[in-house]
Design a protein around this ligand. Structure first.
Ligand SMILES: *[C@@H]1O[C@H](CO)[C@@H](O)[C@H](O)[C@H]1NC(C)=O
Ligand SMILES: *[C@@H]1O[C@H](CO)[C@@H](O)[C@H](O)[C@H]1NC(C)=O
Length: 511
């Protein structure tokens, strides 16, 4: 008995040693909301005995064992996005330029980093390399130099330029578009919109961003293959979404939906926030527009609409907001520029969430089953908001429609018992998976390391475009039809042509 326990333990130790992987993570983008998602997974990798080296703008103050930072901190201005709280085609056109400029800058500072350069020079053996897929493919160049299998990761739904590389079908008629509303049931107008912006985003990415990144890489190395080609070589894509919220989508087997792993258990609230929530008789509504939207950019009539709504409803409100000048009833509203979001959303008194629809907060709300009134502003928020509404998890309220009446109506709807039942159902389906999302993410990372010699890419990604749309087959059919037509014509001419002529001759003789 004792012996067998010992054997099992020994076995476990051996397994742990055998499967301990040397993992590199490349996260060139400096937006905090992205890295906060990945961080939980990276810590867990180290926690499970893998040797983790992370290139990012967010080094750990007190890194756990096996966790090594290559810090890019301080090399970029941290994004205090002053995206205007206003939606227009102009803003959308700007977004592409903004993403590309930032992406190229991210690439530059990463390659200029001494530690990154040393790493490439020393070329240690990595079993797998994690690369964030967002606004630059620069990290793929580094992964190429180090020669290890690549696993791509995202902290959001796919961007327009990420479909083709892995052969993921994009059809504007039913595929939600990252930057626009309409979800999986767009109107004709929204489809036209999508086709135009899809083309625009893809073209800008390949002609400007990717070309710039390729040139920057070429300043350091003279053998980097085209980045799009490297992107196609990535083994897997771990996508931060789940069909219980975003709907069933067509993905090849190497695109895995893993959303949810960043959400930790809610801790009890403390201090005056705890007192405020405890004393809320009818529950609490949480308001946050993320770290990106600033009070200074919110029109005052919109702020007033929110305040008026707060005064009208029987709930207490907690608002993540940094406007120190705002006048409000402290008995109804609690304002702070920093709040423990997960602990608030996980509190049993929290009944609704007014949000911009970022993927982080949306994921947390689904985790805890708190309905959302989504006011999408930029980035992936329109697509997330559409998914929230389509699934029945919440409602969309466009910022342009933000009035006291509309906001009251939205809250009334999501707080309806029937609606909340549906929300709880979705949350329950979200959690109901064969493996927890953190385990799934780790499983597939290890899987890619175990099978380095396979490409799991669908052949759809390798098929030349003219074959993909069957152009050659149609040409053949068209040719056959044309030949049949010509033969037919010729036969008619041969067999009946002379008769017709005679007939015509007879006719003309009679006349
Ligand atoms: C773990 O990673 C660090 C930093 O990249 C490296 O110095 C060390 O040699 C690695 N350890 C093993 C066992 O691979
Ligand atoms: C992958 O291929 C290489 C070269 O053919 C071989 O040495 C290696 O054992 C293979 N790896 C696995 C895990 O099968």
């Amino acid at each position: 008995m004792n012996l067998s326990v010992l054997q099992v333990l020994l076995g476990l130790v051996l397994i742990k040693q055998c499967t301990s992987l040397n993992i590199l993570g490349i996260y060139p983008y400096h937006g905090k909301s992205h890295f906060l998602v990945f961080r939980v997974f990276l810590h867990e990798l180290a926690n499970r005995g893998h040797n983790v080296t992370i290139i990012s703008h967010y080094p750990e103050k007190d890194p756990p064992a096996n966790y090594h930072d290559i810090s890019l901190a301080g090399t970029m201005k941290i994004i205090e996005d002053n995206t205007p709280v206003e939606k227009s085609y102009m803003t959308l056109l700007d977004v592409s330029v903004f993403l590309g400029t930032i992406g190229t800058e991210n690439c530059k500072v990463m390659l200029a980093n001494r530690q990154v350069q040393n790493l490439i020079k020393q070329k240690p053996k990595f079993d797998v390399i994690l690369v964030e897929q967002f606004n630059t493919d620069c990290g793929l160049g580094i992964a190429y130099k180090l020669g290890a299998p690549v696993v791509s990761m995202s902290s959001h739904t796919l961007m327009p330029f990420h479909y083709q590389r892995l052969g993921i079908p994009y059809n504007p008629s039913y595929t939600p578009f990252h930057f626009l509303g309409g979800g999986s049931k767009p109107t004709l107008y929204q489809r036209v919109e999508r086709v135009v912006f899809d083309f625009y985003f893809r073209t800008m990415y390949s002609l400007i961003t990717q070309r710039n990144d390729q040139q920057i890489l070429a300043q350091y190395f003279d053998d980097i293959p085209p980045l799009e080609e490297l992107a196609r070589q990535s083994k897997l894509l771990l996508l931060y979404q789940h069909f219980s919220l975003t709907g069933s989508t067509l993905y090849p087997a190497n695109v895995i939906e893993v959303a949810g792993y960043h959400v930790k258990d809610a801790k009890p609230l403390t201090g005056d926030l705890k007192k405020f929530v405890d004393e809320a008789e009818n529950g609490v509504v949480y308001i946050s527009f993320g770290s990106v939207v600033k009070a200074a950019t919110m029109p005052s009539d919109k702020v007033k609409a929110i305040l008026d709504t707060i005064n009208e409803l029987p709930y207490r409100f907690i608002w993540k907001w940094e406007d120190k000048m705002l006048k409000y009833d402290k008995n109804k509203l609690y304002i702070s520029d920093w709040l423990p979001q997960v602990d608030i959303l996980g509190h049993k008194k929290t009944v609704a969430f007014l949000s911009h629809g970022g993927m982080g907060g949306t994921t947390e709300a689904v985790h805890f089953g708190v309905p959302i009134v989504a006011m999408p502003i930029g980035g992936d928020q329109p697509a997330n908001a559409a998914a929230i509404e389509e699934s029945g998890f919440g409602l969309v309220l466009e910022i342009n429609d933000l009035t006291k009446e509309n906001l009251l109506a939205s809250f009334k709807k999501v707080l309806d018992p029937k609606f909340r039942e549906r929300v709880k159902e979705i949350s329950s389906a979200w959690h109901d998976r064969p493996m927890r999302s953190l385990d799934t993410t780790i499983y597939w990372t290890e899987y890619a390391a175990r099978h380095p010699n396979f490409t799991f890419r669908t052949t759809a990604a390798d098929t030349p475009y003219y074959q993909f749309i069957q152009l050659d087959v149609y040409v053949i059919f068209a040719a056959i039809l044309a030949i049949i037509y010509i033969i037919f014509k010729a036969l008619i001419y041969l067999c009946c042509g002379s008769k017709t002529k005679k007939a015509v001759n007879k006719k003309s003789k009679r006349q």
